[in-house]
Ligand binder design. Structure first.
Ligand code: ADP
Ligand code: F6P
Length: 324
């Protein structure tokens, strides 16, 4: 029979993402509503190892659903990658009687949750990253807000780029994945998207296209460059030299990770937080919550970490076709 859960811990790990607070709030209030204690662990796995553990009440998560960032703070913790660190973390969970742990983060954070599950701590992961690069799910907390933030910023760059008839190269985040670049590319009507998934990215072809598009009467040339490709400032200098078109580089940076979460991020994060608690109360462990084909689902973490997903070529081709 599944062990009865009395206390659930919750932490955020890796890069913060707008909507994490909505997920924390949902974990806290779902659990408290079912008579379960909740412990908030500050600063991710680093805070777990440092025993930065606080009891959370329903009021502690008041006034947080609309705020960006994570009220529990987050961190990256190299020690958690070691067996010693993992054993220590599991021991601390036992010391605080945390018999269920909700980990909000990306694949790296799930790997930590997987190790804790092997060591007897019941764990459930919730996908939280602006990068959308978690294979088992079509939705990750924060992507919707980040992509809208980036889109609005790029619209502004476009205004000035058009007025000056310039080329603008705008770098968006996404680590090794091109989801933010692809979505902004389509939403902002960019002339060119450069993503890490496009292995044969050809700068000479871009130069030719800039010249040709000018001849077709285009007033600007917007390139969305993924941070996984990077080199944006040098790229702008090379393109200006090769085309004779004034070129400016903009790196959007961490502003993409902040701000009040969109409605979608608040709602989906709330559902995922509640579902994570329900899974633990059903006696499940080593699971990760996802969203697929219109439904909130869950997977074994081992299975989730072995999955892969590709940025859709069809959408990329459409973006190219629409830049006519
Ligand atoms: P994300 O969770 O967004 O993928 P990271 O890859 O930075 O972000 O991972 C966040 C944290 O998860 C790391 O700092 C580390 O504490 C933990 N972690 C990452 N990989 C592992 C691993 N293989 N085993 C155990 N813990 C890990
Ligand atoms: O994973 C989220 C993310 O914002 C990535 O897009 C980016 O590569 C990375 O985190 C930046 O991390 P840091 O906040 O450590 O600079």
């Amino acid at each position: 029979m599944a062990q009865k859960i009395r206390t659930i811990g919750v932490l955020t790990s890796g890069g913060d993402a707008p909507g994490m607070n909505a997920a924390i709030r949902a974990v806290v209030r779902t659990a408290l509503g079912k008579g379960i204690n909740v412990m908030g662990i500050r600063r991710g796995y680093a805070g777990l190892l440092n025993e930065e553990i606080i009891r959370l009440s329903a009021r502690d998560v008041s006034d947080t659903i609309h705020r960006g960032g994570t009220m529990l703070m987050t961190a990256r913790c190299p020690e958690m990658r070691t067996e010693e660190g993992q054993r220590e973390a599991a021991g601390i969970c036992k010391k605080y009687a945390i018999d269920g742990l909700v980990v909000i983060g990306g694949d790296g954070s799930f790997a930590g949750a997987q190790k804790l599950a092997y060591l007897g701590v019941n764990t459930v992961g919730i996908p939280g990253t602006i990068d959308l690069d978690i294979a088992c799910t079509e939705y990750t907390i924060g992507f919707d807000t980040a992509v809208n933030t980036a889109m609005e910023a790029i619209d502004k760059v476009r205004d000035t780029s058009t007025s000056h008839e310039r080329c603008s190269i705008i770098e968006v985040m996404g680590r090794d994945a091109g989801w933010l670049a692809l979505w902004c590319g389509i939403a902002n009507g960019a002339e060119r998207i450069i993503m890490p998934e496009e292995h044969d990215y050809d700068e000479e072809a871009i130069v030719k296209d800039i010249v040709a598009s000018r001849e077709r009467g285009k007033k600007h040339y917007i390139i969305i460059n993924a941070e996984g490709i990077g080199d944006t400032i040098n790229m702008a200098q090379r393109i200006e030299a090769a085309t004779g078109m004034e070129t400016r580089a903009t790196i959007l940076g961490h502003m993409q990770r902040g701000g009040s979460p969109t409605c979608k991020d608040r709602v989906y994060a709330s559902v995922m937080g509640a579902k994570a608690v329900d899974l633990l109360l059903e006696g499940k462990t080593n699971r990760v919550v996802g969203y697929r084909h219109g439904e909130f689902v869950d997977f074994d973490i081992n299975e989730a970490l072995s999955m892969s997903k590709e940025v859709p070529q069809y959408q990329y081709d459409i973006a190219k076709a629409l830049a006519l």
